[in-house]
Design a protein around this ligand. Structure first.
Ligand SMILES: C[S@@+](CC[C@H](N)C(=O)[O-])C[C@H]1O[C@@H](n2cnc3c(N)ncnc32)[C@H](O)[C@@H]1O
Length: 311
């Protein structure tokens, strides 16, 4: 796929109906030869819309007017390029806990949670957040994670978590203002509710920071899993991570996680982690597949805003 095609695809498949600002901007970049030439000088993994737009937002540049974005990006390219090379898209969405919760709550308690691709670890606190599945409310405090649920009865209570640990190539520190401001810049412009959710979830995590280990989800997983306490159900999970992992490494990860003790929860796009015989997804929007121990259970919207059970 060319860079222009990738930006058209992002506009159509990811931003359409979710962020009019990014849909317009991504379309404009796809037809902007100046910007495409700059992007094409970067390594392929660094050309993505979310990274470019996040860096420009983080630097204080305009993203709501494609003309102003063009001028700003050309003028400030050295700074933008340096940040694009240094940073990665590590969007950490606590809302995805609303998707994990029904599976976590149904496992033997208490739980030892191990998240691969944890970013800042905000998905390691499913027991500390509150949830609203339609009229059904669980837990208390902030943030309240709203999820349109269909095909399942939401759990009565949050799980009991006695250990939480994360593994990431580049773990982010929730107590570091720079890291949180980068996570904020990665949230799409119109999504004020997600920005508020990030602040609330970061406050929860900063009050009791998780064990986050810098490492690879294949090479360093067995050693971290071995640190989980006896007497708790080990749950290795990942949400929206494997698209960043080369295919051969994804396959190595799946082989490895199947051999480790405990349970495995995956929440990934079906193109990235395929399953046989999936039903049609509920609509044309992008969905992840929620799966337990390799068995697909439900369609989940990307930020945890909807969960449609089919198992
Ligand atoms: C899009 S973020 C998702 C973060 C979090 N799972 C969530 O759902 O909010 C993907 C994360 O996976 C991490 N990652 C990518 N490849 C990895 C690998 N081979 N080993 C460990 N972490 C990896 C990235 O650094 C990034 O923090």
């Amino acid at each position: 796929m060319t860079t222009a095609e990738a930006y058209v695809e992002f506009a159509r498949r990811e931003a359409h109906g979710v962020s009019p600002t990014y849909e317009r901007l991504s379309d404009a970049v796809a037809h902007d030869d100046d910007l495409l030439a700059l992007l094409d000088a970067l390594p392929p993994a660094k050309r993505q819309p979310n990274l470019l737009f996040g860096v420009v937002r983080w630097l204080g540049g305009p993203v709501d007017d494609p003309g102003a974005f063009h001028d700003y990006t050309l003028t400030h390219w050295p700074a933008i390029e340096a940040q694009m090379r240094a940073r990665a898209t590590q969007t950490n969405e606590a809302g995805r806990c609303a998707v994990l919760l029904p599976v976590l709550a149904a496992l033997p308690q208490p739980l030892a949670l191990l998240e691969v691709g944890a970013s800042a670890g905000l998905c390691l606190y499913p027991d500390r957040y509150a949830y609203r599945y339609g009229e059904h409310r669980i837990g208390s405090g902030e943030p309240v994670l709203e999820c349109a649920a269909s095909g399942f009865v939401p759990p009565e209570r949050v799980p009991q978590v006695v250990w939480r640990a994360g593994l990431d190539l580049n773990p982010l520190d929730v107590t570091d203002a720079d890291a949180v401001s980068w996570l904020d810049a990665l949230i799409w412009p119109e999504h004020a509710h997600r920005r508020a959710r990030l602040r609330a979830a970061a406050a929860v995590a900063a009050a009791d920071p998780p064990l986050l280990i810098r490492g690879d989800l294949v090479d360093d997983l067995p050693a971290l899993a071995a640190r989980a306490p006896a007497g708790a159900t080990l749950v290795i999970f990942h949400t929206s991570v494997l698209y960043q992992v080369p295919v051969a490494r994804r396959e190595a990860f799946v082989r490895l996680v199947r051999e480790l003790p405990g349970h495995w929860i995956a929440n990934e796009a079906p193109e990235v982690l395929p399953y046989d015989g999936l039903p049609d997804s509920p609509d044309a929007a992008l969905h992840n597949v929620l799966a337990l121990d390799g068995k697909p259970l439900a369609w989940a919207r990307g930020h945890g805003q909807a969960l449609t059970w089919f198992a």
